[in-house]
Design a binder for this molecule. Sequence first.
Ligand code: AFD
Ligand code: MN
Ligand code: MN
Length: 404
Amino acid sequence: MSVTKWIENGIENLSGEFGEEKVKKAVELVKNFEVEIPTWSLGPFGGGRFGSYTPPGYAKNINQKLEDAAFINKLTGAAPMVSAHILWDFSKDGMEADYETALQVRDECKERNLGIGSINPTYFLKGSESGSLTSPCRETRKRYIEQTILGGRLAKEIGNGTLSLWFPDGSLYPGQIDLKETYLIMKDSLIECRRKIPEEVTMLIEYKVFEPGTYSTTVPGWGTSYLLAKSMGGNAGVLIDLGHHHHGTNIEQIVAMLIAEDMRCGFHFNTRYSADDDHAVEPNQENARIFYELLSGGVVAGGEKNWAYMIDQASGRENRIHALLHSLDSLQLSLAKAALVNTDGIKECREKDEIMLANRLFNDAIINADVRPVAAKARIEKGLPPDPVKAYLESGYQQKIGKR
Ligand code: AFD
Ligand code: MN
Ligand code: MN
C-alpha cells in the first residue's frame, strides 16, 4: 500500500471512531507542536561503561551538535530551537562561562536556521562536589550565583527568556549535611539570583529525587521546586523532568495540580527505564496521559499559557540522531492520542458514576488508537517527510557523519 493510501485509510478509520473534527484538530496540534533539543544529547556520554563506547557519528563539539540539530529540524520541523548548557557550550575551560563564546554559538545557530531556547547554567562539573548554590564554601557559591546571573542575561539576550536550573546539591549519608540549613541556603541563593536577573526571564527549578545525592537531594520533588519558586517572588516555576521520579509516580497528577495552581512550568521529556541519564521518549501510555493533562489544561501546542518544552535525554549506546527522531515522533503521537479523547463522553460516564466505562473510553484514544497516520498527515501538510526516521536512513547523513 502506498503511504498516501495508508494515511487516507488511517484518517478515515479514526474519523469514523472519534469524529472528523477531533482528527482534524489532532493534525493541527501536531503541526504546531515544538520542543527544544538539548545540545548535550548529541554529544559523547557513556560514563566509562563499555569502555566509554560512543555510537558512530556522535557530535564531538558544539559545531557538530548544531549541525545535527539543524538536520533533525529539517526532517521534522518540530525542533527549531536548541537548549544550551553554559559550561558545556559557552566555556573554554569548563569552569567559567564565556560571554563571547555564547555570542558565537548564537551566530552559528542563526546561520543554521536554529534558535537558542532555554539556557541551563551548569552546576555539576569541576568544583561542585560539596554543592553549588548551597556549597559551604562562600567562593564556590559566589561563582555559581554569578554564573546564574550571567545565564539570566544570556536567556534574555540570546535565548528565549527561559533559564532552567538543575542542582547536584545533596548528600550521600545521613549526618553529612544539615538538611534544614541546606534548604535555607538554597532558598537565599535563589532569591539573590532572582533579584539580579531581568524580571522577564522565567526561572524554572528542576527537581530530582535521586542522583548525585543518594541519601538526599536538596530539591527532591515538585513540592520543593514549588516552594522555592513561590519564595522567589515572581516569574519562577517548576521544571518537571520525567526521569527524576520514583518508578510508578503519578506524574500526570503532578501536572494537573500545577496547572490547577496556575504555575508556570517546563518539561524535560525522556523515558526512565534505568535511572539517570535517561532514554529517548517512548510513545507509551504515561506520555499520552500526561499530554491529555497538558492539552486539557491549555498549556501545550499554542495553548494560552504555554509551558516550556524540552527533551532531556542522554544515554550511552544509542545512535544519537535515531534516538532524538524517535523522541520527537513519540511526543507527536502522544499529543495526537490526547487530542482524540472523547471528553464529553467521559464527562457523561462520570455523571453516571460509570467508572469502567469512563476508563474504557479514555483508553480508546490513549492506548488503542493508531495515530501514526495523524502524525504523517501533519508532516506532509508541512512539506516534510511522513516518516522522519526512514527519511534519515535514506538521507546519507549518517554515512557522512560516521567519518567525523
Ligand atoms: C542532569 C540532570 C538534569 C538536568 C541535566 C542538564 O539529571 O536532568 O536537566 O543534567 O542540566 O543530568
Ligand atoms: Mn533534566
Ligand atoms: Mn536528568
